[in-house]
Design a protein around this ligand. Structure first.
Ligand SMILES: C[S@@+](CC[C@H](N)C(=O)[O-])C[C@H]1O[C@@H](n2cnc3c(N)ncnc32)[C@H](O)[C@@H]1O
Length: 250
């Protein structure tokens, strides 16, 4: 998996968690509470931001990442904030090999799902998320709004700003199979990331195809510099069975 650790270090160094919390607000916490979730599996822990926010809010959290380096970093960050992370190193594509418990919610946040470049991997990962959920559990997965970029409503030169002026991201190259972004940081450093340009309707369809019954998609959770199109989408996929007659499992 392509993930530059130096990039993440830089991100964490320049965008501190307090600033991030300001822009994201309590969006995910409110969503989880509204669905009655208590036990959460953070499958894209990264440096630990969401895991720590949720622990602080009183949720029971298990933190997964495919990268041992990331988990070590997350553990250290959480420790600094006064929390002990329960970590599991696991790949999404065979998550059930290492995660044997069941959860009220799986969260895959920070535009992480975009790192899977192969459709079979995307389907398998979603099926594994589905499998670790309780019968009425939910998956919360966010993604950048690639439709806006692919459909040219956004010029390739468009700059996305994160937390003010600290990082700007520009889609340098985009087609239906690759979105290459250039990230420039306020200290002058520059990184590139290759991502898969997930279309909103495509992700919703895959979620339904692996068995999720209902998918609700929200626009931005954060302030952006655009008035109309959101920069991010947040999908909430529900496992709870809904029959065609509207009957639900209890
Ligand atoms: C964007 S980062 C996570 C960011 C974090 N949620 C945040 O918002 O700060 C994406 C993470 O997903 C992990 N990842 C990518 N592909 C994975 C896979 N197939 N299985 C497990 N982890 C994976 C990477 O190691 C990385 O730490």
């Amino acid at each position: 998996m392509e993930y530059a650790h130096a990039f993440v270090e830089k991100w964490d160094e320049l965008i501190d968690w307090e600033r991030r919390a300001e822009s994201e607000g309590g969006f995910f916490i409110e969503l989880l509470r509204a669905h009655g979730c208590r036990k959460v599996l953070d499958v894209a822990t990264g440096t630990g931001y969401h895991s720590v926010q949720l622990l602080r809010a009183g949720f029971e959290v298990t933190s997964v990442d495919g990268s041992a380096t990331m988990l070590a970093k997350a553990f250290e960050n959480a420790h600094r904030h006064g929390y002990i992370l329960r970590t599991v190193q696991a790949d999404w594509r065979w998550l059930r090999r290492d995660v044997h418990d069941f959860y009220d919610a799986v969260i895959c946040l920070g535009n992480s799902f975009t790192h899977l470049h192969n459709e079979n991997d995307r389907r398998k990962a979603l099926a594994e998320y589905y499998a670790v959920l309780r019968h009425d559990g939910i998956l919360i997965l966010d993604q950048r709004n690639y439709d806006a970029i692919l459909d040219k409503q956004i010029e390739p030169s468009h700059k996305y700003y994160y937390c003010g002026e600290h990082v700007s991201a520009t889609p340098e190259y985009v087609d239906e199979t690759l979105a290459r972004f250039r990230y420039s940081f306020s200290d002058g450093s520059v990184f590139h990331l290759n991502m898969f340009p997930l279309r909103k309707a495509y992700v919703q369809r895959l979620m339904k195809e692996v068995g999720f019954q209902r998918v609700t998609t929200y626009g931005d959770f954060q302030e952006t510099y655009r008035d109309t199109e959101p920069d991010f989408f947040i999908h909430v996929a529900e496992k709870k069975y809904v029959s065609t007659h509207g009957e639900e499992s209890s």
